[in-house]
Design a protein around this ligand. Structure first.
Ligand code: CP
Length: 311
């Protein structure tokens, strides 16, 4: 891969996405070993800079970097000079001046990773920006789907929930369409962007029809922290209409759809315990695959190639 940054899947070609997924496969083998360490990124330094909370993305980038023998720096924004008013760009330049080569950044504002990439010599990886993109989440979702179906092309994938606020939905839409899947977005009309069908997705507001259509569903988290505008009347009502429950799965009789959820889960809102713990749900598999995909991204941005993985 010739790119210096990973900012979103909108800008990646199908070939580049496939290169990352193909590279993630040997990376996954590494994390299944007793000794999860290869010297591939020895001497490189990877920093994480998260202005929003994270469990999965931040930890898995750190582990991915460590498994590849990179040094890591995890800047804790809550106790950093950001709290004294330091600007974003000054924080970035400070990290760069310490010799960091790859910066992984999450920010509540869409476009921040692109802005940083234009003002630094470091490689920048978008770990989620506002409502815009979360490319490594979509890559691990694609990897998980491919692991089960051995393909993406022509699969029917439904993304269910709060599409409006979801960077996971946007990155998934770009990735799935580029690899030839059919995509439906399903949710309350107030949480579906008006012109989203122009991207090439079907729009559906009926959950039963969506489940009957889909091979795979990606159940989005209801982002409680972003529901201050009243687009959602209540979480109980949301569960009644769009919650993935045992009853909903039973309606499908023998049809076993694959269920993804990016986490963190609101149990009893967008997905019930029974479903989240069912063999169809890939939640933990997605987390494991997230480490492998992030190892692949770090490796490729550092100059590695998919036909020369030195592990
Ligand atoms: N899926 C996801 O981005 O999770 P975190 O917020 O825990 O990183």
């Amino acid at each position: 891969m010739k790119r210096k940054h990973l900012l979103g899947l909108q800008e990646l070609s199908a070939e580049e996405i496939n290169t990352i997924l193909d590279t993630a496969r040997p990376m996954r083998d590494i994390i299944m070993r007793d000794i999860k360490k290869v010297p591939t990124l020895r001497g490189k330094t990877v920093a994480t800079l998260f202005y929003e909370p994270s469990t999965r993305t931040r930890s898995s980038f750190e582990l991915a970097a460590k498994f590849l023998s990179a040094d890591t720096l995890s800047l804790n924004v809550a106790v950093s000079s950001v709290q004294k008013g330091e600007s974003l760009i000054d924080t970035v330049r400070t990290i760069e001046a310490m010799g960091v080569e790859i910066l992984v950044v999450r920010h509540q504002q869409s476009g921040v990773p692109q802005f940083i990439a234009a003002h630094t010599k470091m490689s920048v990886i978008n770990a989620g920006d506002g409502f815009h993109e979360h490319p490594t989440q979509a890559l691990l979702d694609l990897y998980t789907i491919k692991q089960k179906f051995y393909k993406i092309k022509d699969l029917r994938v439904a993304i269910i929930g709060d599409i409006f606020h979801s960077r996971v939905a946007r990155s998934n839409i770009w990735g799935l369409l580029k690899l030839g899947a059919e995509v439906t977005v399903c949710g309350p009309p107030s949480l579906i962007p008006v012109e989203i069908s122009k991207l090439g997705v079907r729009v559906e507001t009926n959950l039963d029809r969506t489940l009957a259509w889909a091979d795979v569903i990606n159940v989005l988290r209801i982002q409680k922290e972003r529901q201050d505008k009243g687009y959602l009347t209540g979480f109980d009502e949301y569960r009644d209409w769009y919650g993935i429950t045992r009853e909903k799965l039973n309606q499908l009789q023998n049809k076993k759809i694959l269920i993804l959820h990016p986490g963190p889960i609101n149990r009893g809102v967008e997905i019930d315990d029974y479903v989240a713990e069912s063999p169809q749900a890939m939640v933990n598999e997605q987390v494991t695959n997230g480490v492998a995909v992030r190892m692949a991204v770090l490796y490729l941005l550092a100059g590695g190639s998919d036909n020369g993985v030195t592990i």
